[in-house]
Design a protein around this ligand. Sequence first.
Ligand SMILES: *Cc1c(COP(=O)(O)O)cnc(C)c1O
Length: 432
Amino acid sequence: MIHSKSEAAFAEAKNYIPGGVNSPVRSFRSVGGVPPIVASGKGSKIYDIDGNEYIDYVLSYGPLLMGHVPDCVTEAIKAAAEKGTSYGAPTLAETELAKLVCRLVPSMDMVRMVNSGTEATMSALRLARAYTGRDCIVKFVGCYHGHHDSLLVKAGSGATTLGVPDSPGVPKAVAETTITIPFNDIPALEKVFAERGNEIAAVITEPTPGNMGLVLPNEGFLEALRAITKKYGALLICDEVMSGFRSAQGGSQSLYDIDPDITCLGKVIGGGLPVAAYGGRKEIMQVVAPAGPMYQAGTLSGNPLAMAAGIAALTYMEENKVCEKIESMTAILTGGLERAAAAAGVPVQIHRLGSMFTVFFSDKPVTDFDSACACDLEAFKIYFHSMLEQGIYLPPSQFETNFVSLAHSPEDIQKTIDCAAKAFAEVAAARK
Ligand SMILES: *Cc1c(COP(=O)(O)O)cnc(C)c1O
């Protein structure tokens, strides 16, 4: 593959944009090399400015449930754009998307639209603090909830990749209100509540963490979390920005049958445009301004283009049973990857949930941040670059989740498995 145009364009970008990117993981920092500069996408594929074609498992880090440029969403965006891109005044589309979201995620009676997952979790924390009158937040090590101060403490995703779990610029006083404990660790949870239970406003978690790679909750963990937060009067915030409409149509809370107080959504909810949301029980959401005193606002929040894209994407998803269809395709893929790794003699742990999956290069179970960090990152790099050169575009980090879309065909899946067989063989050869 030739990448000369991408190389030149990326060098130019670095002169004007920090690291050449508008979000760190895109830079390929952890795997090395130059990222392809994307020219366009269609269906399961993206095309770079050198004319190379890739089957895409990044899908904008999750949002593109139907793949690139699905007609249903594109037509809705076009129609909305013709009528006006923003008013700063109420529209019917906002209520329509809110109703749709509350129906799809039954723990949400009311919802507020924002523009990014970061804004959703930031607002959810403020709401939990306002509602309980308490300051402390508990989060799990390796869970990523966006880049605002309170939650950029032992965060996963790009922060993990870069090896800066705590960012400079986060005030100590803010970080001190965030208590971090390992995921899947019930004794640690019990200890924290026994010591500081009456100071804790909320526990925020990804119910099925996807930002240290995809990690699943042990049996009973989420139930214990729900029970202990209830007992101490703390709120449970489920951050389903990634897992919402991905792990299942009703999100991971539907799969594990937990009833959070507040849910954060993002990614798929906007059909590829910048939308996120937080919502929950009416009594809690009534604290949000102007219904209540907790201030939160947004000039472009609920803007007509984004609402149109979200309505179109979620409606299509529900009417066509998209989540179920992609799940079975994803299972075929991960089954094939498991067999390919075994044939090459490369030990891996492959986790899958709905249309999300991660190949961990480890011979031990991965259940939390420490066990994710024990993976063989050199093996991942070899695998990643081999796949890229064969036209398979994976997230450029061991600590990200891979996504499948409705547009991925059986041929795409088979080609990916065949390419992975070669990539695993290269990993095995490098280990000799
Ligand atoms: C992506 C993500 C966020 C942040 O969303 P942005 O839109 O990138 O701000 C928050 N929480 C989780 C679980 C995510 O995966």
